[in-house]
Design a protein around this ligand. Sequence first.
Ligand SMILES: [Zn+2]
Ligand SMILES: [Zn+2]
Length: 328
Amino acid sequence: MPETADADLTRQPPGDSPTKSEQGDSGGLSARSGYPKTTEPIQIYWMYAIPLALIHILALLALIPSLFSWTGLVLAVLGHLTFGMLGITIGYHRLLTHQGFVCPKWLEHFLALLGICCLQDSPARWVAIHRLHHRDSDERPDPHSPLVNFFWGHVGWLLVKNRDHRDINCYERYVRDLLRDPFYLRLEKHALWLLIYITHAVLFFAAGFLYGWLTRDSLSYGLWFGTSLFVWGVVVRTVFVLNGTWAVNSLSHLWGYRNYATPDNSRNNWLVALLSHGEGWHNNHHQDQRAASHGHRWWEFDMSWWVIWLLERMGLAKEVVRPRKVTR
Ligand SMILES: [Zn+2]
Ligand SMILES: [Zn+2]
């Protein structure tokens, strides 16, 4: 168990993170309308803007009927569960960010690798930004509050430079616990995480190409099948998972009901919960951040929690944090 695990990491990230007053941000309702000061003057961050635009443009290929295959569709659905739920929801969020449970290192690293295949940045950077969000939720330094505007909260914040997120030296204080592990440190170097994403995409194409070519003895069939698996199994799935995660930041901070009077504008949104394997019960999560279960009422179905529960039963997840108080 990491030494910082007893503390509520997300309210007080490890290290010497500056307080709001040290940053000069006033906080409070009056500060809710502005972009984070660390994004001023607004400058496009092309390193993010180009790949994110590209993956959304590529997703339009799914509209071409001849590129459809049932295998591709099945891979997209399974990929949403494997990469989206295991990688992002359970791996990046509930395990690495909030330490809602502990598991063997091999499994932790495997979940992190699945998360990398969602094009949502390296584990350390994702965790750092999410901890910043919890520290200042919906106040001015929040990296992605939709109270600025919906587009900003959904994706706009990713498209501009933010001095707090620029390089490892800026955010390492928020993820010191993670970067002690050489595995996560190595992923930061030379954008290794991006290389892993590209490699997994190539493997999807190559597997489809080889299978199609060898089983039909037709190069053109192989090319078609490989392209179909790439479009559906990688691109469509990536865009779906990306927007599901972004919807937690945008929709679940704007619309839905609240079980708890948290100081932010977090909401429980059933649609987002469906799209993101339980992450839409976001007001519950802001109330009790370390809890591995986000559904606090009997009907708030949280698929990710049941997977963690299963891992616990299998002896692979330990020290699973339950909600402090469950609303009936
Ligand atoms: Zn939130
Ligand atoms: Zn969180």
